[in-house]
Design a protein around this ligand. Structure first.
Ligand code: ZN
Length: 407
């Protein structure tokens, strides 16, 4: 599937500023910060959208977090192989298409294209491999075959289920107990109550063809993939095992990332990812922003209203990626004022020496992507007068390279 166009990213090293430190990032599975400093190339998988509605600020905030991690890695001098999926066939998409009478393929294509446009406007670094579930059916079928060989697959009617306890490490991402898992599983698309399952937590690998729904041929009969196995298959195909980061919103910790990891681990006998990194949830009107509740603020709506995408990006950067926070319209007004102050500051013929600013912003961003601290550092520089004629250009490059804001 076509990705979106990449923003230009200045190299601070090429500007004589050297390379930045390795990132320390909070790993949900370890419950602690972890240094992510691979040799040469960092490998990252971030779970993508189900394209049945437009990109809201919760999505934007999540993909921005992993964009920041990429920027720290690149400033470190690493290449990054980045994979993201599009769940372009799944129940919520088919249900929406059914409700509105629209063709599900057309709906998915339209919303995926709007997502690309939003990501481009926000200067989010695109994945090299952007892959739809429909494109990945062969990969999914092959992975289910490996799980069958491992004795971890069974049938309920004509559907295939994964035996989660085939993975001795099951539970190692979320560390939830079985009762909480069952509750959360039911809330997030799982079917703990289905009769015939060996364990309530076993998850669907292959849904046999249902009347009126799309399906594909497979050795196990016509059907379509379950959600978790889609990501296991794509990540293993493009990144292999033991890749650096499996990422997404915190609502994916369980069941999605737990299940994806276990499926991959049973199929390969090796750990899936080194770290599991999760972005917080964004609320509006006192509740988590979600399609099902309808309390959304859309990136596209803000853009159409004439707001500078760089101000939207700055408004999101004002919140630490791991925190849960609430969006208020005032956030955007404050970000627009900050953007104007920064733009005026880098247009000055000279400014305060930026040597410590470069080190301080790098320290903030490599310390679990602390963007709010980085914003404060830039604010202080912008509010200070100085005589260093090279400083404005240096600050412009740092803000672009590490925060992704074009001034
Ligand atoms: Zn996923």
């Amino acid at each position: 599937m076509r990705s979106w166009s990449a923003p230009d990213i200045p190299s601070l090293d090429a500007l004589g500023l050297g390379r930045g430190p390795a990132p320390q990032v909070h790993d949900t599975a370890a419950g602690a910060a972890r240094e992510l400093d691979p040799e040469g190339t960092a490998r990252m998988y971030v779970c993508g959208i189900t394209p049945y509605d437009a990109t809201h600020l919760g999505h934007a905030s999540t993909y921005l977090a992993f964009d920041l991690l990429q920027r720290v890695w690149r400033d470190r001098g690493l290449d990054v192989t980045y994979v993201q999926n599009v769940t372009d066939v799944d129940d919520p998409l088919l249900e929406r298409a059914d409700a509105t009478g629209e063709d599900w393929v057309a709906l998915a294509e339209r919303e995926t294209e709007l997502f690309r446009t939003d990501m481009t406007a926000l200067r989010i670094i695109p994945p090299q491999h952007y892959m739809g579930a429909v494109e990945a059916i062969d990969l999914v079928v092959a992975l289910i075959g490996r799980l069958e060989e491992a004795g971890a697959v069974y049938r309920v009617d004509d559907d295939l289920y994964f035996d989660v306890h085939a993975d001795p490490a099951f539970g190692g991402v979320s560390h939830l107990d079985a009762a909480v898992m069952a509750t959360v599983f039911a809330e997030r698309g799982g079917d703990p109550e289905r009769e015939g399952k060996k364990d309530p937590l076993d998850c669907l690998l292959w849904l046999a063809e249902r009347p009126g729904e799309p399906s594909w041929d497979s050795p196990f009969g016509k059907g379509r993939p379950g959600w978790h196995v889609e990501c296991s298959a794509m990540a293993l195909h493009h990144l292999g095992t033991g890749f650096d980061v499996q990422g997404g919103g915190s609502d994916l910790v369980f069941p999605h990332h737990e299940m994806s990891a276990s499926e991959a681990q049973v199929a390969t006998g090796e750990p899936f990812a080194k770290a599991y990194v999760h972005a917080g949830m964004v609320a509006l009107d006192g509740e988590k922003m979600s399609k099902s509740k309808g309390n959304l603020e859309l990136v596209s709506r803000l853009r159409e209203a004439g707001h500078d995408p760089m101000a939207i990006r700055l408004a999101l950067l004002g919140h630490h990626y791991r925190s849960d926070w609430e969006w208020f319209a005032g956030d955007l007004e404050a970000a627009e004022q900050r953007l104007a102050r920064w733009r005026a500051a880098v247009e000055r013929p000279a400014g305060a020496d930026a040597g410590s600013l470069v080190a301080d912003v790098r320290d903030a961003m490599s310390s679990d992507l602390d963007a709010p601290r980085a914003l404060t550092i830039i604010d202080e520089w912008a509010a200070t007068e100085g005589t260093d004629e090279s400083a404005p250009a240096t600050v412009r490059a740092v803000v672009d390279a590490l925060l992704g804001v074009a001034l």
